[in-house]
Design a protein around this ligand. Structure first.
Ligand code: DNO
Length: 392
């Protein structure tokens, strides 16, 4: 696989010359300064592509070209927004950037309750606790009827949390769930918003009455509309699985499991409609057998996120080592390397280690933690290539 790295543009503290030194071959990035819904112009795309090429790497994958909420819930301006999306795809194709990662998650891109959960070895990781999430939903967001969505044991823990959570803890939870994991991925809420919870409620309201079936139809509508442009300009769309891979906040989720993946691939059965195989998001659901999914969908996978989760008995999950957890990255490397040794792959998320925590990196996107993971994955790939006699 091609060794790529998610880089957040020219302002990223991690520079391209640093990445070159650690064996990165391709860059995964986006035009982070263009507001969601606006057209990405050829000039802006070219400028960034040439900048990357100046360091002897290529712009391998766009992550993400964001799909606006209105396209997801089917708002009145969706056709115009889809036209803009098509224009951006065309411009990317003309500039030679052909793989696009996006997601179809309503309102919240990815979700975690703790961004620095301590591990026994002194490092820390991202963590998702059902009880903390339920506490946010029922006691901070105060979503109507939220209590019904949680198991009695989870609600019992919420009752306990009510007695111990301080105002500062509440503030931190809000930041973790709807601010710090979102802004930098072109989310709806950023660190500059003064009333994130209020804003978040308004966003949730947009989805009132949107069922899983309706969301699926909206995805089909979007994909059908963009496929002609994808065919003409050689664009490979790869949807990112929902993270976590189960419904949250009463919102439907449509890329969580085998049946969902089969649905969207068949709904628009065109090779340009493909998958980002995020082993981390898929492994966070105990219902998913990640290796089986990889075998089944490798031929429609255009981008891979190497990451693995550990799921606890109560369904809480944390990021595991890239050599451990449920995802079995060694077997995944064998599967994908066999299908396409040039498939772009990036390590996804890394622990906070050896001082990462003081550097102000985007949540999950540390330097030393990811570099360590990248070294591990490079080792896996070297052995797998040797087994499979892949020559590079
Ligand atoms: C989180 C990321 C996601 C992903 C988007 C793709 O770490 O995996 O933000 O980039 O969902 O659109």
């Amino acid at each position: 696989m091609e060794k790529t790295w998610r880089w957040f543009g020219k302002n990223d503290k991690i520079t391209l010359s640093m990445l070159k030194q650690i064996g990165v071959e391709g860059i995964v990035t986006a035009l982070h300064d263009v507001p969601n819904g606006e057209v990405w112009t050829r000039e802006k795309i070219r400028d960034l592509r040439e900048y990357i090429e100046g360091y002897g790497m290529r712009w391998s994958v766009v992550e993400s070209l964001p799909v606006c909420e209105s396209i997801k819930y089917g708002g009145p301006d969706r056709d115009q927004l889809i036209e803009n999306y098509k224009e951006s795809l065309k411009n990317l194709g003309l500039e030679g950037v052909h793989t696009v990662c996006y997601n179809f998650m309503p309102v919240l891109d990815w979700a975690r309750t703790d961004l620095a959960h301590p591990n026994p070895d002194g490092t820390s990781n991202l963590y998702f606790s059902h009880a903390q999430f339920a506490y946010f939903d029922c006691c901070i967001l105060k979503r109507e009827g939220a209590e019904k969505d949680y198991a009695p044991e989870v609600m019992a823990e919420v009752e306990r949390l009510k007695t111990v959570m301080t105002a500062e803890d509440n503030h931190k939870l809000v930041e973790n769930i709807i601010v710090k994991t979102q802004g930098f991925v072109n989310g709806n809420i950023t660190e500059d918003d003064e009333h994130p919870v209020e804003l978040f409620r308004q966003l949730l309201d947009l989805y009132k009455g949107i069922t899983k079936e309706q969301l699926r139809e909206n995805m089909r509508y979007f994909l059908s509309a963009i496929m002609p442009v994808c065919n003409e300009y050689g664009m490979y769309m790869c949807v990112h699985p929902d993270d976590p891979p189960f419904p949250i906040l009463g919102l439907p989720r449509i890329v969580t499991c085998d049946e969902d993946i089969a649905w969207f691939l068949n709904a628009v059965d065109d090779p340009h409609n493909g998958l980002t195989f995020c082993a981390g998001s898929l492994s966070a659901g105990a219902h998913n057998n990640v290796v089986e999914l990889a075998r089944k969908y490798a031929d429609r996978t255009w981008f891979v996120h190497m990451r693995s989760c550990k799921v606890f008995d109560n369904g809480d999950f944390t990021e595991a080592s890239h050599l451990g957890g449920r995802a079995d990255l060694v077997e995944l490397a064998r599967i994908f390397e066999r299908v396409n040794p040039d498939l772009p792959m990036r390590v996804d998320h890394g622990p906070n280690m050896l001082g990462d925590e003081t550097r102000g990196y985007n949540a999950g996107y540390t330097f030393l933690g990811r570099m360590f993971a990248m070294g591990q994955v490079q080792g896996i790939l070297a052995v797998v290539d040797d087994e499979l006699k892949v020559k590079k």
